[in-house]
Design a protein. Structure first.
Length: 434
């Protein structure tokens, strides 16, 4: 029905203008083209983001202004009818095809939290909690804020919130803090809300949140969408993004990493991957059963990262596949480093000869070292081997705002007017638009 309304009102807008200008053959085709352009621009604004949405919205205004300027369309009533028809057409189109053009994901609509609690790390992300006024905004929305103080234990605070009756719990902080609170939500079977108040906010990005609009994430405590996503474990510790071993783990452990990531990496790489570098004692079995005795980089991720395309590079298209993503890199120090850099710059890391990638439910890394340096969601740890990883499929109930993008860059498919119009007719005919 919505698809029919979208298409009928488009035709109606053209007919209204044509009826007024039927006696003016010169102005009639121009007016029809302007109205068609206005509707197409409105539909474009509906399915695009960023600068394209802004330009399309400007196009709607300019086109309507040009239509008004025609000598025989200077009627307020006529203009109101045409604008109303365009608005109805755009709104009906959104109802008809927005869900079908979105990536497939098992989401459901949920009502507001009865007692929502948001834990906040005031030091994370350079002080985003204070900069965005999250504590005050949370109170305005009826959310109970809990701001960490020096010496507080985040897990204890999260457990206390649940014991006090929280039916939705959230975290405003970095990915390491997100994982800790998400684990509490998992164990108590309550929904979790991610507020991107950290530095990188990779988990929020792959959940489809707008990392630039931190306060918008608070909308997940109200009417929201809920879905199940995977978590992963290293031993008894949950992580939401990835665990790195080898080169990146060594960089994370450097004292200057937090304040100057790129500069620290540049300084350390020659010692870690240069001709005289000792290498890393990391032992594991590949997907084909072959035993590997050493690797320079081992990345174990909750889900699979896209590393073969600039589009969505370094993000995950889905968080509900129920697998660990394993990526390993081995560099021949004599001549492979330039090829590795070229592969990464080109966005096709998978073309590097020393690259291996596969998926699994469980993975184990052993070492002859008493402690292995690891980076767990960006946090530096030293853990005794063997390191045992496993996926927790669908372990976490996550709530996101209804009006959030809800699509990770790796999952986003460009949608244009041709797809929108085709989808409208398919919906009208009773077929899935996807």
């Amino acid at each position: 029905m919505a698809a029919a309304v979208a298409l009928i009102t488009l035709v109606a807008a053209v007919v209204v203008v044509a009826w007024r200008l039927v006696q003016y053959p010169v102005q009639l085709p121009l007016a029809v083209l302007l109205i068609l352009f206005a509707v197409v621009a409105a539909w474009t604004a509906l399915v695009r983001h960023g600068i394209r949405r802004v330009l399309a919205a400007i196009g709607v205004v300019v086109t309507l202004a040009a239509t008004i300027a025609l000598p025989d369309v200077r009627s307020f009533a006529l203009l109101a009818v045409v604008i109303g028809l365009i608005a109805i057409s755009t709104a009906a189109l959104k109802v008809a095809v927005a869900h079908d053009l979105a990536p497939a994901t098992a989401t459901r609509s949920v009502g507001p939290a009865s007692y929502g609690v948001l834990l906040m790390n005031p030091w994370s992300g350079g002080g985003k909690v204070k900069r965005f006024g999250l504590e005050e905004k949370a109170r305005e929305l009826g959310i109970t804020p809990v701001v960490l103080q020096r010496g507080d234990d985040l897990l204890v605070l999260a457990e206390h919130a649940v014991a006090e009756g929280a039916d939705v719990i959230g975290m405003a902080g970095g990915d390491g803090s997100q994982a800790l609170v998400a684990d509490v939500a998992r164990r108590h079977h309550i929904p979790f809300v991610c507020v991107p108040a950290g530095t990188r906010n990779h988990f929020a990005l792959d959940l489809g949140l707008d990392r630039a609009d931190v306060t918008a994430a608070l909308g997940a405590f109200g009417d929201a969408l809920e879905r199940r996503v995977d978590l992963a474990m290293l031993g008894d510790r949950v992580f939401v993004n990835n665990v790195s071993l080898g080169v990146y783990a060594a960089i994370v452990h450097s004292g200057g990493y937090r304040d100057a990531k790129l500069a620290t990496a540049e300084e350390l790489l020659p010692d870690l991957l240069g001709p005289d570098a000792p290498g890393f004692d990391l032992r594991f079995a590949r997907s084909d059963g072959a035993i590997v005795r050493s690797a320079d980089i081992v990345l174990v991720s909750n889900g699979v990262y896209r590393l073969n395309s600039h589009k969505g590079f370094g993000t995950r298209s889905r968080l509900d596949a129920g697998v660990l993503g394993i990526v390993t890199l081995t560099v021949n120090r004599a001549w492979d480093l330039p090829a590795l850099i070229a592969a990464e710059v080109s966005g096709h890391l998978d073309r590097f000869p020393g690259y291996q990638e596969w998926t699994t439910r469980e993975f184990e890394v052993d070492s002859g070292q008493p402690l292995v340096e690891v980076g767990v969601d960006g946090e530096a740890l030293r853990l005794p081997p063997p390191l045992r990883f496993r996926s927790l499929p669908g372990a976490l109930r996550v709530r996101t705002p209804i009006d959030a993008p809800n699509t990770a860059p790796a999952a986003a498919t460009p949608v244009g007017i041709r797809q929108v119009v085709t989808a409208s007719f398919r919906v009208l005919a009773g077929h899935p638009a996807r």
